[in-house]
Design a protein around this ligand. Structure first.
Ligand code: ADP
Length: 249
């Protein structure tokens, strides 16, 4: 593969918590346009790895490259500006604003529009129209005026997808997108990710292996902080070491 098709890469990434290596020498390459899933038993280091990618944590050693640039020491706001956006943090949605207002605020943030500018009616109309369009893409067209807090769980997640897409990410980091969902909502969100998010690169932590098998182009299996296996679903799911790691928990 030519290096230009790799959007994100970690080299020797290590995170040491007072002598305990939660992540150790992890080398992962994410191809542009792929849905890349990160799986592994509890305590494998998935959350730590994700927090390193989004700069919530600083690595003990190793590097993170985004688009070939070393972003290891960049601040979270800097990388968001360059299109690396983490989603599915429910708290990121303003509960008492309507679905449309939530999307519109995300659009304003992306544009960096000052209050003085966007309060002009014409600009506001345009942003509301674009927000409505994004809501329709995630099947929330009829819920524009509904407060986020009043949306059912699955719809709240759809709203988060819309607010994330509004930020025009090049690489979306999804943290357990189907966690705590009913089977029906899992289905809806899986479809959304596949349809709405196509042409974008996604790295996701996901426990539901059905979702992983449906969505992921490539899977990295972590265990005890290290990469245990990597490949497509058939490759990793039939790997004896992977089966054993999952059995043991
Ligand atoms: P996963 O998300 O795969 O379940 P985590 O990344 O949450 O795994 O945790 C990996 C390991 O690192 C666990 O053993 C956990 O106890 C440990 N760990 C995570 N965060 C900290 C921390 N802040 N301090 C000490 N140990 C931690």
């Amino acid at each position: 593969q030519p290096t230009s098709s790799v959007i994100l890469e970690t080299r020797g990434l290590t995170k040491d918590f007072r002598g305990f290596k939660a992540i150790e020498d992890v080398n992962v390459k994410v191809q542009t346009g792929h849905i890349h899933a990160l799986i592994g038993p509890n305590g494998a280091g998935k959350t730590t790895f994700f927090n390193l990618l989004t700069k919530f944590l600083k690595p003990t050693s190793g590097k993170i490259l985004y688009d070939g640039d070393d972003i290891t020491n960049h601040r979270p706001a800097d990388i968001a500006q360059h299109g690396l956006i983490r989603s599915f943090q429910i708290s990121a949605v303003f509960p008492h604003l309507s679905a449309r207002e939530n999307v519109r605020i995300a659009l304003q943030r992306k544009l960096g529009i000052s209050y003085q500018f966007w309060r002009s009616i014409r600009v506001l109309d345009q942003l509301n129209e674009e927000a409505q369009h994004l809501l329709e893409q995630v099947d929330l067209g009829a819920f524009g005026d509904t407060k986020a807090v009043e949306l059912a769980y699955g719809r709240k997640r759809a709203l988060e997808i819309a607010t994330t897409i509004a930020l025009k990410p090049r690489l979306m980091l999804l943290d357990e997108p189907t966690q705590g969902m009913s089977a029906e909502d899992v289905h809806t969100v899986t479809d959304l990710i596949r349809e709405v998010v196509k042409d974008r690169t996604i790295v996701m932590v996901e426990h539901n292996l059905n979702v992983v098998s449906t969505l992921a182009d490539r899977i990295t299996v972590l265990n005890r902080g290290r990469v245990l296996a990597e490949g497509d679903y058939d490759t990793v799911s039939t790997n004896p070491a992977v089966m054993e790691a999952y059995m043991g928990t």
